[in-house]
Design a protein around this ligand. Structure first.
Ligand SMILES: [Zn+2]
Length: 409
């Protein structure tokens, strides 16, 4: 990235230095001032002044003495950490069956959690905002924190592009409103900063701040579930695209003469590898439980997976073909962006034993060989905490945003 800095702008340089120091502590904590100097290339005095200011503001703190190390000269060297209680975040996860509201600190430690058995798509946006306000009030009280200490509210939900209005997104969980107008409406009601993003972007942010994306700048998270999503980090920044719609990996074409996708086009990855596609194929082999309002195709998928594990050859092929399609799509992403790592995550990973081998084989077969620089594939199981971390990351991204990016926006 080309960064043009007016050398007269000392405020900006100071902000950039602060960002680099906080970012280094976040990634390497607990960390000494000496290591911060080495990693950032900043002088000892610059680091010292900035660290003292950040400690006075409560952003950084000294690590517990027990974990301090003894320097070569025999003096104990204090180590620095991010102060996880400098501020708090409320995360909300909207799904078809329920809404989870969580209060956490900046390390994404859960302080209080509440699951509301409401189906957002059945409520009007006004009523939904009302319930989310009550949910926030409940977890804030339970966590014993003050509303003024909340840095922001991060919300994850499935998002689809609105083709009729470029740059806007809708969610099947919101009746009528765009996600943008929903965020504005909730923000006005809560009087707190509200950020809404797609499930896939949330997972990618969670990996960047807390997981497998901390040590690499170029990686992608494949979200396997009812649909197929992707969040991509390029050079350390979440790629949102010109219209903030990001990567539509699920609609990457595998075979344009292939089956019709629910987007109306043909041969998309999602038309082979999404839960709905696997269940539709599996129904050709056996009778499966019908879809229902609460679980969708979930029960049918579980039944199909159980039969496949018991040795049903036809069903094993259905899962393997889904894996193959996913693998071809992943190989295309690898060829296009040369990432260090691909992280496969989402509820669909529960059936990884049935599709993983075919997926890896297809990745190997279709990706350009890069020798020792080959892309690493990591599979994550399905911790609920991933959403919480994602919601916190949405706010962290704003709090600690690179000054350059802040200036641009
Ligand atoms: Zn499609």
């Amino acid at each position: 990235m080309q960064i043009k800095v007016d050398t007269g702008d000392t405020e900006l340089i100071r902000a950039i230095n602060r960002y680099r120091i906080v970012d280094t502590v976040r990634r390497l904590e607990p960390v000494s001032r000496q290591v911060i100097c080495e990693k950032t290339g900043l002088s000892r005095s610059t680091v010292s002044i900035a660290v003292n200011a950040l400690m006075a503001e409560g952003v950084l703190r000294d690590d517990d003495i027990a974990e301090s190390v003894v320097s070569a000269r025999g003096r104990p060297t204090s180590l620095l950490r991010i102060n996880p209680n400098a501020a708090y975040v409320v995360g909300m996860k909207l799904s078809a069956q329920d809404v989870t509201v969580v209060a956490t600190n900046l390390r994404a430690d859960t302080l209080a959690t509440l699951t509301l058995p409401i189906r957002p798509w059945r409520l009007g946006t006004e009523s939904l905002c009302h319930m989310l306000e009550d949910g926030l009030g409940a977890v804030v009280a339970q966590a014993g924190i003050q509303r003024e200490e909340i840095a922001g509210v991060g919300i994850g939900l499935p998002v689809i592009e609105d083709l009729t209005q470029g740059g806007t997104t809708r969610s099947p969980l919101l009746s009528g409103e765009t996600t943008q107008s929903f965020a504005a409406m909730l923000q006005a009601r809560l009087d707190l900063p509200v950020t809404v993003d797609s499930d896939a972007n949330l997972l990618a942010l969670a990996e960047r701040w807390f997981g497998q994306g901390r040590d690499v700048d170029n990686f992608a998270v494949v979200l396997v579930g009812y649909g197929i999503g992707m969040g991509i980090f390029v050079n350390g920044v979440l790629h949102r695209g010109a219209h903030r719609l990001g990567a539509e990996f699920g609609h990457m074409k595998i075979d344009w003469h292939g089956p019709q996708c629910h987007c109306g086009q043909h041969g998309c990855v999602e038309a082979y590898a999404a839960e709905s596609a696997i269940v539709a194929k599996a129904r050709e082999h056996m009778t499966l439980p019908p879809d229902d309002e609460i679980h969708g195709t979930g029960k049918a998928l579980q039944a199909a997976a159980a039969e496949a594990r018991a040795g049903h050859a036809g069903l094993r092929t259905v899962f393997a073909q889904a894996g193959e399609a996913l693998g071809v799509g992943i190989a295309n992403v690898i060829n296009l962006m040369d990432p260090s790592r691909i992280i496969v995550a989402g509820p669909g990973v529960r059936a990884y034993d049935l599709f993983g081998e075919a997926m890896i084989e297809a990745v190997r077969h279709h990706s350009i060989k890069r020798g020792d620089e080959a892309c690493e594939i990591v599979v994550h199981d399905w911790p609920v905490e991933a959403w919480v971390r994602g919601a916190v990351s949405l706010i962290l991204e704003k709090l600690y945003a690179r000054p350059i990016l802040k200036l641009k926006s």
